[in-house]
Write a protein that binds this ligand. Structure first.
Ligand SMILES: Cc1cc2nc3c(=O)[nH]c(=O)nc-3n(C[C@H](O)[C@H](O)[C@H](O)COP(=O)(O)OP(=O)(O)OC[C@H]3O[C@@H](n4cnc5c(N)ncnc54)[C@H](O)[C@@H]3O)c2cc1C
Ligand code: FES
Ligand code: FES
Length: 512
C-alpha cells in the first residue's frame, strides 16, 4: 500500500502540489533530493543538530477566538513530508523571497522582502553579529531565529539571552561559538520589522483546504480529521504504523532504514489536539498536543516546572513531538512519565470499542511493552490540579545541560499538613525497564514528619526498590547514589534552600 494523495502546501505564497510522495518520505529528503532545495542542511539526521530546521505555519485560533497562524521551527530530517499537508512551509531559501513577508513599518526604511536581495532580519542580524563561520549550521539557526521572530519579536516579547539560549537549544554550532548567535537573536529585534501577511496567508490556506479531497481508502498515508475516523482507521488497519510528531519514529527511518508503506498520522484528529479543563479542575491534554504546548499548560499551574520542560530535547523536537507519543513510546529514560506519575496522571486509551482510563504507570508491563491493544491509541492524559500544601519538583540528570537524554529523572510531589506528610507521589526514570512509581519511598514518607531523616529514609527506600543498570549514560552505582541525593535535594528545596546543588549535598553511601 504505497499510493498517496497529492501532497499540497504553501511556499513563498504559492501552492505546491507533489504527486506520488511515499508515505515514509522525510521532509528533508523531499526538499533536498526531490525539490533540489539544498539550502536546508543534513547534519545528524536524528533531530540532534538543528541543521535541517525549517518553519511550518498552520491555521490555528488566536486568543480572541479568531483564525490565526501558528509558527513552529521543526527538524525536517525526522518529520514525514506528508505531515505538512495543508500547511505553509519556509526554508532558509524562502524568508527573503516570500512575497507574503512584508515590511510592517515602510517608513522605517525597510524594503519588502521580495525577490530582490534584501535579507530577513534573522539573516541580517546573523551577518551583523558575525554569527556564521563555516556556515553549515547557519540555515538551521536562521530558521530557528525566524520562528523566534514570528513568535516573540512580533508579539512584543523581549529576547533576553536566556530566551535566546532556550529557543536555540536544538541548534548546534561547532565553529562560531554561541555568543555571536545569541547576540544576533537580540539584534534582530532592533531592525526594521517585517511580518507575514497573515490574512492573505490564511486565505490561501483556506483555499487549499477547500480543494482537498479525502484520501482514497487504500492510500498509504492517512491523517483522519476526527477521533472517530481515526479510531475506525486504527481498527481497520492494525498493521499501519501510528505516528504523531515522528520524533521517535523518524529515527527508525533515518537510522534503522525501516520503511513504512502504511502510515496512520493521528495529529490531525481535532479532539487530540485540544487542552481542556474537566470537572474537578482536571487538566486534559490531548495525545497529539505538542510537547511545547503540553508543558506550557502544565507550567500554567505549576511554574516551577519551566526549567525541567526547557530541558526536554530542543525546541524543534518539542514543537513536533507530542505528549501522547512520549507516553506511548514508553522509553524507560523518557522525561514526561516520571513527572506524570508524580502528578498522579491517568491515561485514557480509546478504540472503537470505547475508552478506558488507567493510572499512567499501569500502562507499562516491561521494557517498551504496554497494555495498549492493537486497535487502541493513547487519546488523553488527565492531570489532577495542584493540591493545597503540595511541593513538587522534577529533576533531570544528564551529561549535557541542553538537548540530552536523562541518565536519571526523578519527580517528587509531596503534600504536607502540619508538618506531616499526607501524600507522596514519586516517579522515576532511568532506573528500571519502564518508567516507574517509587512505591517504597512513597510508603516510607506518608504519615512521617517531614524532616531530613524522613527524606533520607525515602532515599534508602528508592535505592532498595530500583537496581539500575550501567550503560553509556551512567553506571548503575551512580544512578543509585543520584536517587538518594535527589531526594535529599528535594528536602533542602522544600526548606527554602532553592540553591541546593548536587555538589553541596551529602553523598549517600552506596550499598552492595
Ligand atoms: C533529538 C531528540 C531529543 C530527544 N530528547 C528527549 C528528551 O529529552 N526526553 C524524552 O523523554 N524524549 C526525548 N526524545 C524522544 C521523543 O522526542 C519523545 O519520545 C516524543 O515525545 C515522541 O513523541 P512523537 O509524537 O514524536 O512520537 P512518534 O515518534 O510519532 O511515535 C513514537 C511511538 O509512539 C507511538 N504513538 C505515538 N502517539 C501515539 C498515541 N497517541 N497512541 C498510541 N501510540 C502512539 C508511535 O506508534 C510510535 O511507536 C528526543 C528525541 C530526539 C529526536
Ligand atoms: S540533520 Fe541534525 S537535526 Fe536534522
Ligand atoms: S558556523 Fe560552522 S558549525 Fe556553525
Amino acid at each position: 500500500m504505497t499510493t498517496t494523495r497529492p501532497l499540497q502546501f504553501i511556499r513563498r505564497g504559492k501552492p505546491v502540489t507533489l504527486h506520488d510522495v511515499p508515505p515514509d518520505r522525510t521532509l528533508l529528503d523531499l526538499l533536498r533530493e526531490d525539490l533540489h532545495q539544498t539550502g536546508t542542511k543534513e547534519g545528524c539526521g536524528e533531530g540532534d543538530c538543528g541543521a535541517c530546521t525549517v518553519v511550518l505555519g498552520e491555521r490555528g485560533t488566536g486568543a480572541d477566538g479568531r483564525p490565526a497562524m501558528t509558527y513552529r521551527a521543526i527538524n525536517s530530517c525526522i518529520r514525514l513530508a506528508h505531515s505538512i499537508d495543508g500547511m505553509a512551509l519556509w526554508t532558509v531559501e524562502d524568508i527573503a523571497r516570500d512575497p507574503l513577508i512584508q515590511p510592517l513599518d515602510p517608513e522605517a526604511g525597510s524594503t519588502p522582502a521580495s525577490a530582490s536581495a534584501c535579507l530577513h532580519p534573522a539573516q541580517e542580524a546573523m551577518v551583523a553579529c558575525h554569527g556564521s563561520q563555516c556556515g553549515f549550521c547557519t540555515p538551521g539557526f536562521v530558521m530557528s531565529l525566524f520562528g523566534m521572530y514570528q513568535n516573540r519579536v512580533l508579539q512584543g516579547q523581549d529576547i533576553s539571552r536566556a530566551v535566546a539560549q532556550e529557543d536555540l537549544s536544538g541548534n548546534l554550532c561547532r565553529c562560531t561559538g554561541y555568543r555571536p548567535i545569541f547576540d544576533a537573536a537580540r539584534r534582530m529585534q532592533d531592525l526594521p520589522r517585517v511580518g507575514v501577511d497573515e490574512p492573505a496567508l490564511l486565505a490561501r490556506l483556506e483555499q487549499l483546504a477547500a480543494l482537498r479531497t479525502p484520501p482514497a481508502a487504500d492510500a498509504g498515508y492517512q491523517a483522519p480529521a476526527t477521533l472517530a475516523a481515526l479510531l475506525q482507521a486504527r481498527a481497520d488497519r492494525p498493521q499501519a504504523q501510528v505516528v504523531a510528531g515522528c520524533t521517535d519514529v523518524g529515527l527508525w527511518i533515518t537510522k534503522q532504514h525501516r520503511r513504512f508503506a502504511d502510515v496512520l498520522d493521528l495529529t490531525r484528529a481535532a479532539e487530540l489536539r485540544r487542552i481542556d479543563t474537566l470537572g474537578g479542575d482536571i487538566l486534559r491534554i490531548g495525545a497529539a498536543v505538542t510537547l511545547q504546548e503540553a508543558y506550557a499548560a502544565l507550567c500554567g499551574t505549576r511554574p516551577q516546572l519551566h526549567g525541567f520542560a526547557a530541558r526536554f530535547a530542543g525546541l524543534p523536537v518539542r514543537n513536533s513531538g507530542t505528549l501522547g507519543g512520549n507516553v506511548a513510546n514508553g522509553s524507560p529514560i523518557g522525561d514526561s512519565m516520571p513527572l506524570l506519575i508524580a502528578l498522579d496522571a491517568r491515561v485514557v486509551l480509546a478504540s472503537v470499542r470505547g475508552e478506558r482510563s488507567l493510572p499512567l504507570e499501569a500502562l507499562y508491563t516491561g521494557y517498551r511493552q504496554n497494555v495498549i491493544a492493537a486497535d487502541e491509541i493513547v487519546a488523553f492524559i488527565d492531570i489532577p490540579p495542584v493540591t493545597e500544601g503540595e511541593f513538587l519538583r522534577a529533576y533531570k540528570v544528564s551529561k549535557r545541560q541542553d538537548d540530552d537524554i536523562s541518565a536519571v529523572c526523578l519527580a517528587v510531589r509531596l503534600v504536607e499538613r502540619e508538618g506531616t506528610v499526607v501524600q507522596a507521589s514519586i516517579g522515576a526514570g532511568g532506573v528500571a525497564a519502564t518508567p516507574a512509581r517509587a512505591t517504597r519511598a512513597e510508603a516510607a514518607l506518608v504519615g512521617q514528619p517531614w524532616i531530613a531523616a524522613a527524606a533520607d529514609a525515602a532515599g534508602r527506600a528508592l535505592q532498595a526498590q530500583f537496581q539500575p543498570i550501567s550503560d553509556m549514560r551512567a553506571s548503575g552505582d551512580y544512578r543509585r547514589v543520584l536517587l538518594a541525593n535527589l531526594l535529599r535535594r528535594f528536602w533542602k528545596e522544600s526548606q527554602g534552600d532553592g540553591g541546593a546543588s548536587l555538589a553541596t549535598l551529602r553523598i549517600v553511601e552506596v550499598t552492595a
